[in-house]
Design a protein around this ligand. Structure first.
Ligand code: ATR
Length: 270
């Protein structure tokens, strides 16, 4: 039986084993998928151990995505752009690193939520690892403009400076410079929701028919509450992104694309 796992710290609440088991059942793939908590200073040792035990690959979650990036012997362009890896594949001594987070987010927005990004004004909140991970795929969806807003403006500016110039106009701001701006899609990639903290966002951020998207899932975050109070036309949490990034990892490993809709519905019902 081919074996896979998700490695994180903490990892006990990870839904990845459930999701991959559902994909495997749906597609008739024979595999096992577990979860492994690595000590904060023990990521590389755990990966090496799993590799020696014959595991075929692992998903990597907080806080190890940067270490996974360093450990990979080969990187896909999107992993290189993101500077982080969430999917490792072990083949003949090589460790392939990929990042499926951004494509998971974009697929959730385009396919599941049926929202367009092309030609739209997008606001990305946050300039940490989560924001970095989705920036490339967001730009590939050809928004008209992409504004990165962050509490620490320097970090947003550094992100913008690293992007190769393209058709999307880019800018970096602090939250206080968002007054009088309107956006069609606002994505919260900060970790503020983890601590139940409210972002200092002005009123009037959402254009008509705007989407508010929080990359967190599990409960209504302060950002989602703000979006509801502000009358955003559609509000989404990150559950769809979670399932879509998993589907892309499953595809990398098994070359079979699972149907994400029933898995998402089952997770929502639970
Ligand atoms: P992650 O991997 O989740 O992105 P990170 O790299 O530590 O974690 O980045 C956290 C992001 O959330 C940053 O953009 C951080 O802002 P700073 O760069 O100014 O630190 C943002 N963040 C976290 N808590 C926040 C809060 N209460 N208000 C505003 N931004 C917050």
């Amino acid at each position: 039986m081919d074996r896979y796992a998700v490695i994180g710290h903490p990892v006990e609440h990870s839904k990845s084993p459930l999701i991959h088991a559902a994909f495997a059942q749906q597609t008739g793939q024979q595999l096992e998928y577990g979860k492994v908590q690595a000590p904060l200073d023990g990521f590389v040792a755990i990966v090496t151990d799993l590799q020696e035990k014959g595991y075929r690959g692992v998903n990597v979650t907080v806080p190890f995505k940067f270490e996974a990036y360093s450990l990979a012997t080969e990187l896909t362009p999107r992993a290189r752009d993101a500077g982080a890896v969430n999917t490792l594949t072990f083949t003949d001594g090589a460790i392939h690193g990929d990042n499926t987070d951004g494509v998971g987010l974009v697929r959730d927005i385009l396919q599941n939520l049926a929202f367009t990004l092309a030609g739209k004004r997008v606001l990305l909140l946050g300039a940490g690892g989560a924001a970095e991970g989705v920036l490339g795929p967001l730009l590939e969806a050809s928004p008209l403009s992409l504004c990165i807003a962050n509490r620490t403006v320097d970090k947003a500016e550094a992100m913008v400076a690293r992007v190769r110039p393209g058709q999307t106009s880019l800018d970096a701001r602090g939250f206080d410079a968002l007054a009088d701006q309107e956006f069609d899609v606002v994505i919260n990639a900060t970790s503020s929701g983890l601590h139940n903290e409210r972002l200092p966002l002005p009123s009037g951020l959402f254009a008509a028919d705007a989407l508010a998207y929080d990359m967190m899932y599990g409960r209504e975050t302060p950002f989602m509450r703000y979006a509801r109070e502000e009358g955003a036309s559609r509000i989404a949490d990150g559950l769809g992104m979670l399932v879509e990034q998993a589907a892309e990892a499953f595809y990398i490993w098994r070359r079979v694309r699972p149907d994400t809709a029933p898995v998402m519905a089952a997770l929502r019902a639970a």
